[in-house]
Design a protein around this ligand. Structure first.
Ligand code: HEM
Length: 473
């Protein structure tokens, strides 16, 4: 039998930067934007890069083709998740996206599939057209809960859960903590123990994020006021004679994951779209002209208009490409040794698909930092590239991609049809210039920036808008 060392001797690891003793390559990784470091490594070492974060083997895939070869075609080996210390510590073990590849993940994924497969996702379209904000869409879809327009208590819980943990549930942060576990043993009161305090707070709100909205469902299950939702649907599907508590816990985890995954990603993408419109007024005008020509000004765009609005779809694709919301996807892990094109991938390695590198590949997207929806059109028709890599690969591919696509389309088309997004002006009428700052972590979006979102016409009063939305219902 050939052991690991022999395999290593026969096949080299993929090329990569030389690791330093103990720390590996950790010091060379840009802690705010690791995807930029990995993209630069790709330019030096090629599309498959090996590096080490402390003692952890890290394989970075910088090309869509290789990601498909490895994560799609060899999904029996590459569907696990790495163990991240921060998941346990911040109380996110219920999150299906980070579960190890195994029976519980499979059961959750099956439940997800029942509600998020393309045909089933159609059920939620009326809600998507009615609701403007991503949190309220998913609150309705997951829990049949109608959120308050502002300061909703349950939305606040999910925001807190995400704010506390989204920056640390990454391989880079987890590797750091794994290497210095004493940080976790510092007494709470000691200066510098902020991290531990944050983790404790996170564990509490995270549990509340799972339990509180679910309580709403169980309390209203028999009342007519509960909208059709994932929880009621999945609870209704429970087989007679099954273990009720076990099934309920699965449903809880699935709904909480959907809520958590959907609200962060969809709202980030809408913020990125808003920024892109602000910076590219010509694109905005062109998109609005398409809507005016096909839909007119008297009603909002509907899903049945989608095929006649190719430029809007091109704007959506360019939004996903220009600044991927989850730039490094969610890391996969190898459950076995493997060899790809003569390179050795060790069992247990963390395997990251660098979506940022794929979406900024100049050979596919010339001038990748420009926001140009036209790159997705040829002779007025949409090209085949649907930016599918933005939703990851293989058996762990984003389960909410059809719902996300529909929510984003509804959001983008509705906003463009009714509002103008433009730069804010100061008291002297001068445009307010600003430097865009981005959040960092598993997901990324621009921090708040000054802008004006105003109705496109004076007739568009709040009352008129409410009437147009009501027609959709
Ligand atoms: C713009 C919107 C979204 C983007 C860009 C996005 C992106 C991603 C990516 C890159 C992954 C990792 C895939 C991989 O491991 O290779 C993922 C996983 C996942 N996404 Fe999304 N997502 C979005 C919206 C949603 C929505 C609306 C939902 C839920 C309803 C959702 C639920 C999930 C779940 C559950 C996983 C984990 C799947 C697993 O580990 O088996 N996502 N998503």
């Amino acid at each position: 039998m050939v052991n690991n060392r022999e395999k290593r001797a026969r096949c080299p690891l993929p090329p990569g930067p030389r690791p330093f003793p103990v720390v590996g390559n950790v010091m060379s990784v840009n802690s705010k934007e690791p995807w930029v470091t990995y993209t630069n490594w790709g330019k030096t070492y090629g599309p498959l890069v090996y590096s080490r974060l402390f003692s952890k083997d890290i394989i970075v895939i910088n090309s869509e083709k290789i990601a498909k070869d490895i994560l799609d075609r060899r999904s029996s080996v590459f569907s696990d998740r790495p163990t991240l210390t921060t998941i346990d510590l911040f109380g996110w073990t219920w999150n299906v996206a980070f579960m190890p590849y195994g029976e519980r993940w499979r059961q959750c994924r099956r439940l997800f599939h029942q509600t998020f497969r393309p045909e089933a996702a159609l059920t939620y379209r009326p809600v998507q057209m009615l609701k403007s904000m991503s949190s309220s869409i998913i609150m309705a879809v997951a829990y049949g809960y109608d959120t308050a327009p502002r300061h909703d208590a349950l939305v606040k819980i999910v925001e807190d859960t995400l704010n506390l943990a989204i920056g640390v549930v990454t391989p880079e942060k987890a590797a750091l903590l794994g290497a210095f576990p004493f940080l976790l043993r510092l007494p709470y009161w000691l200066p510098g123990a902020g991290f531990q305090k944050k983790a404790q707070e996170s564990r509490q709100v995270s549990k509340e994020q799972v339990d509180a909205p679910y309580r709403h469902v169980t309390q209203n299950l028999t009342s007519n006021s509960l909208l059709p939702c994932i929880c009621s649907d999945l609870l209704g599907r429970m087989k007679d004679g099954g273990n009720v508590e076990y099934h309920e816990n699965l449903v809880k985890d699935v709904a909480a994951t959907a809520f958590n995954a959907a609200s962060e990603t969809t709202s980030s993408a809408m913020l990125i779209f808003t920024l892109a419109m602000l910076q590219n007024p010509k694109v905005q005008a062109k998109a609005q002209a398409e809507i005016d020509a096909i839909v007119g000004r008297d009603r909002l765009p509907e899903f049945s208009d989608r095929a006649s609005l190719p430029y809007i779809d091109a704007v959506l694709r360019e939004t996903l490409r220009w600044h991927p919301v989850v730039p490094l996807g969610i890391a996969h892990a190898a459950t076995n040794d493997d060899i790809y094109e003569g390179y050795y991938i060790p069992k247990g390695a963390t395997v990251m698909a660098n979506l940022w590198a794929m979406s900024h590949d100049e050979s596919i997207y010339p001038n990748p930092y420009e926001f140009k929806p036209e790159r997705f059109l040829s002779n007025g028709k949409l090209v085949d590239d649907v930016v599918s890599y933005a939703f990851g690969f293989g058996r762990r591919v984003c389960i909410g991609r059809h719902v996300a696509d529909a929510s984003l389309w509804a959001g983008i088309a509705s906003v463009l049809s009714v509002f103008n997004i433009r730069k804010a002006v100061d008291d002297l009428g001068k445009e307010v210039e600003f430097q865009v700052e981005w959040t960092s972590g598993l997901t990324t979006h621009p921090l708040l920036f000054p802008c004006v979102i105003e109705p496109r016409s004076l007739e568009m009063t709040p009352q008129r808008l409410a009437e147009m939305i009501a027609v959709h219902g």
